[in-house]
Design a protein around this ligand. Sequence first.
Ligand code: ADP
Ligand code: NI
Length: 218
Amino acid sequence: MDKIPEIIAYAKEKLQEDLTGHGFDHASRVATLATQIAKKEAVQLDEEVLIAAAYLHDTIDDKVVPDVAIALTKLQSFLKEINFSAQQQAEIIFIITNMSFSKELEAKANLSIAGQIVQDADRLEALGAMGILRTAYFGGSHQHPLHNPMIKPINFTDKKEYRKGTTVINHFYEKLLLLPDKMNTKTAYTEAVRRQKFMEAFLSEFYQEWEPENAEFF
Ligand code: ADP
Ligand code: NI
C-alpha cells in the first residue's frame, strides 16, 4: 500500500481546481466508499488497484480536463513511475475509461470486481443529498435552467447529446433515478435505494414549492 500517498497527491493536484462537483473531495469519498463496499462484500481483489481507480477516475474525464488524450498519457506515465505492474496499469486504465454512465450509454464493458465496486461508489456519490447538490452545482456551472416543465426529460443514448443536458430537475430522470437498478453489488444497491428515497421526497417537496398556487402552505 506504499503507493497510496503518491496517488492521493496526484489526484489532489489534478482535481483541486474543479468546480463542477468532481473535485478531490469527491474522489476521496469514492475511495472511502469503495473500500467500505469491498470490505462488506468480502471479495478478493487488488486493494491498490481499487484505491488507485477510485482516486484517479475523474482525472481523465472530459468534464474535468481540457484534453482527455493528454491527461491519459500523463496518467499512464504516472502509474508506471510508481511501479504498478503492466497488468495493474491496464486494469486501472480499463476501469476508469469504461466505468462512467456516459460511456455505458454507448457500450457496456465487463468490469473487474474492483471496477464494479469503484463504479458503484462513484454512482452512490450521484445520489442522496450529495447527488442533489452536485447536480445543481453542475447545472449552474453549465448554465442549465433549474426547471422548466415545458422541457421534457430525454432518454439519452448518445454521449454528446447527454453532455449538453437539459435542466437540473430533468437530470434526476435522465440519470440519477436510474442508478439504483444499475448497481453491481448488493451492498451499494441497498444504500442506493436509501438515497433514492431521500431524492424522491426532495422532488415531491420541490414540485409543491414550484407551484405555491396549487399548494396549501398557509
Ligand atoms: P459519468 O462521469 O459517470 O458519465 P456524469 O457525466 O453523469 O457521470 O457526471 C457525474 C455527475 O455530474 C452527475 O451525477 C451529476 O451530479 C453531474 N452532472 C453530469 N451531467 C449533468 C447534467 N447534464 N446536469 C446536471 N448535472 C450533471
Ligand atoms: Ni466521479
